[in-house]
Design a protein around this ligand. Structure first.
Ligand SMILES: [Zn+2]
Length: 335
């Protein structure tokens, strides 16, 4: 098995070993790796931590960048473990683009990589604390389903302790702020193509502005402002459009919601005329379906966009966000 948990390795000399191994492998393979190919093509090598960062890099970088994404489609970002080859490629990158606080393994590996241009998206906008709606703190209800037997769960309730919710990309306004910061970083890292990065950033910011307008108008007048979701990822989105997110699970992702929380959600559903319980494509939908059944509600998908797969309702960030808007309009009874 070549998969290593970076968390366990960082304090030891094994990381240095892994990096060396990665570099040796690149050389030995005669440049067959992605990193080597892209390097020789004279492009700016950007390593993005997960999909929302990849999308920014591709949109802003256009033809001048070669983007590698650490989190493959369908992998929950926080469950990510890095292979030695990936750790090696971190050191080779021209730009590392990540969002601190969502992937502990990536945070630590990037801190060790020593790359000149490291862009932490969490510093490019303002992070806030968000609860599930019942003061239980932010968390991922879907986590740990398949990996319950593993030990590497330290990072799972990201945001709940420190209070900072990392899901900024689900608010188009905050995502646009991050885009501007990434654009500026690309201009600095690759001044020869600064004009293109500036133009691409402006085009992306415009698209995000249009998306924001679509959400604002689409959700202006609705029967209810409350939505129930397994994954409390939509705190920024809820705040932006004056909605009320009610998360099903509490802080511990492996625990079932308490009977008290279920009762509370049933009461909220009734009082607030909730029609739909949302889950996400990649996550376990068992709790959501049980709750929906018990309360006579429908279920639907609200996608936190932590990755794009064949199951996603769209091919990129904008399309999936438009699908999210359509699902919210139906669930909330938009007029
Ligand atoms: Zn999340």
């Amino acid at each position: 098995m070549s998969v290593m948990n970076v968390r366990r390795l960082i304090p030891t000399t094994a990381v240095a070993g892994a990096v060396t191994l990665g570099l040796v492998t690149l050389t030995a393979c005669g440049g067959t790796s992605d990193a080597a190919d892209k390097g020789s093509a004279g492009k700016l090598d950007v390593v993005a931590s997960f999909y929302p960062m990849q999308y920014l890099a591709e949109q802003i970088g256009g033809g001048h960048v070669a983007v590698t994404t650490l989190t493959k489609p369908g992998v929950e970002p926080h469950d990510l473990e890095l292979k030695p080859k990936q750790i090696g490629e971190l050191g080779e990158a021209d730009v590392l683009l990540y969002l601190k606080g969502i992937q502990p393994a990536v945070d630590e590996a990037i801190a060790q990589a020593g790359v000149k241009t490291t862009v932490d998206a969490s510093t490019l906008t303002t992070l806030e604390a968000h609860g599930t709606g019942a003061g239980e703190g932010h968390d991922h209800a879907h986590e740990g389903e398949e990996h319950a037997e593993e030990e590497s769960h330290e990072g799972h309730d990201h945001g709940s302790e420190a209070g900072a919710d990392p899901h900024v990309w689900l608010d188009p306004v905050k995502y646009a702020e991050v885009a501007k910061g990434v654009g500026a970083a690309f201009e600095k890292a690759d001044p020869d193509h600064a004009a293109d990065y500036k133009a691409n950033t402006a085009a992306l910011v415009k698209k995000l502005g249009d998306l924001n307008t679509a959400f604002e108008t689409g959700l202006k007048d609705t029967t209810t402002r409350t939505f129930i979701t397994t994954h409390s990822a939509f705190g920024y989105l809820a705040e932006r459009y004056h909605l009320d997110q009610e998360g099903i699970s509490g802080v511990d992702p492996e625990s079932e919601p308490s009977p008290a929380r279920i009762k509370e959600l049933q009461d909220i559903a009734k009082a607030d005329k909730v029609t739909t319980v949302f889950f996400e494509t990649l996550a376990s939908d068992r709790t959501a379906k049980t709750l929906a059944q018990d309360t006579g509600l429908k279920t639907d998908v609200l996608d936190p966009l932590e990755g794009i797969t064949d199951g996603s309702r769209g091919d990129d960030y904008i399309e999936v966000m438009q699908a999210n808007l359509a699902a919210l309009k139906t669930a909330l009874g938009a007029k």
